[in-house]
Design a protein around this ligand. Structure first.
Ligand code: KPL
Length: 302
């Protein structure tokens, strides 16, 4: 198959390197380079880091985009509209588009801008890190879920198999909103607190963070129930605690964004909860406060 991957961040490069093992992969980036080289350090199944490989992939070539069998968009949630506009002139209306990012709230714009294409969303717990701009390291194995958000994409189960063949585990989900909410809840718990306190994920096990974590989970659980995804604050807190432990040594993506003075995904993580709260008339004071605090940090940094 021919894949175009939009966005060459750590997750984009992880999927590019993985798909390139068996497919033809082309990258679409914000620059105009016709090729992109990077070093990829895979992670062995037994968690032994194996030798790095050097990749040179074609990039920003309109014909390759036009001929793609699938386009995977891995930019941040706030860049989705811009990324779609950039590729739209060359996109065939039948090409499936897979959108993979942290947070929720970009689906309406994707559906509106691409009324004909099959559109799928994906959420991944695979972890990757860029120690240097042209070096990508696969740092953790986790589940990827893939599913359709419009009728045109509902038959595309085989894409989950293709993804699973190159970077397992990946499974098709009949209702992709469910794993998207699940991942959103974890990001709501971990990302703003680790950004605000500039700490590693593992530091959130400390007693002083337990009330804040529980308050966040309480509000997220109420919103999820209103959306029809029944859960409890305790269940979400337990799930967040498991991820905190499994990624104890990592800095969350929001921590890194704040640290490097980049725009964060707060509007699509905590901000999504606050917007849903307004919609359902459910109070979300803890998330609203965290949203405000991160926005203030972003503004000071810009
Ligand atoms: O997805 C993540 C992120 O950093 O954005 C978590 C799950 C919090 C892992 O760090």
């Amino acid at each position: 198959m021919q894949f175009t991957i939009v966005g060459a961040g750590s997750i984009g490069c992880l999927w590019a390197a993985s798909l390139a093992k068996v497919h033809s992969v082309h990258l679409w980036t914000r620059d105009t380079q016709l090729h992109r080289e990077f070093t990829f350090t895979p992670l062995d199944r037994k968690t032994i880091t194996v030798a790095p490989t050097q990749l040179k992939l074609p990039s920003n070539q309109a014909l390759r985009l036009q001929q793609s069998d699938c386009v995977l968009i891995t930019v941040k949630a706030f860049q989705v509209a811009q990324a779609i506009e950039a590729i739209q002139p060359w996109l065939a209306p039948s090409t499936p588009i897979v959108i993979m990012h942290n947070g929720m709230g970009s689906q309406a714009v994707a559906l509106q801008k691409l009324p004909h294409n099959p559109i799928l969303y994906a959420t991944t717990s695979q972890a990757a890190f860029k120690p240097q701009p042209d070096h990508v390291q696969h740092t953790g194995i986790g589940q990827t879920w893939l599913g359709a958000i419009n009728p045109a994409a509902q038959h595309l189960h085989n894409l989950a198999d293709e993804f699973n063949n190159v970077l397992a585990p990946c499974q098709w989900h009949q209702d992709i909103q469910q794993p998207l909410w699940q991942k959103l809840a974890i990001n709501c718990a971990i990302n703003p607190l680790t950004a605000l306190h500039q700490c590693k994920n593992g530091e959130l096990t400390q007693q002083k963070y337990q009330t804040a974590l529980m308050n966040i989970c309480q509000e997220v659980a109420e919103i999820m129930c209103a959306e029809g995804y029944l859960t409890t604050a305790e269940t979400l807190k337990e799930q967040a605690d498991q991820v905190i432990q499994a990624t104890a040594n990592n800095f969350s993506s929001m921590n890194q964004d704040v640290c490097h003075h980049r725009q964060t995904e707060i509007d699509y993580i905590t901000g999504h909860i606050v917007r849903c709260g307004q919609h359902y008339n459910i109070r979300t004071p803890f998330n609203a406060q965290l949203w405000q605090q991160i926005k203030t940090m972003e503004q000071k940094a810009s």
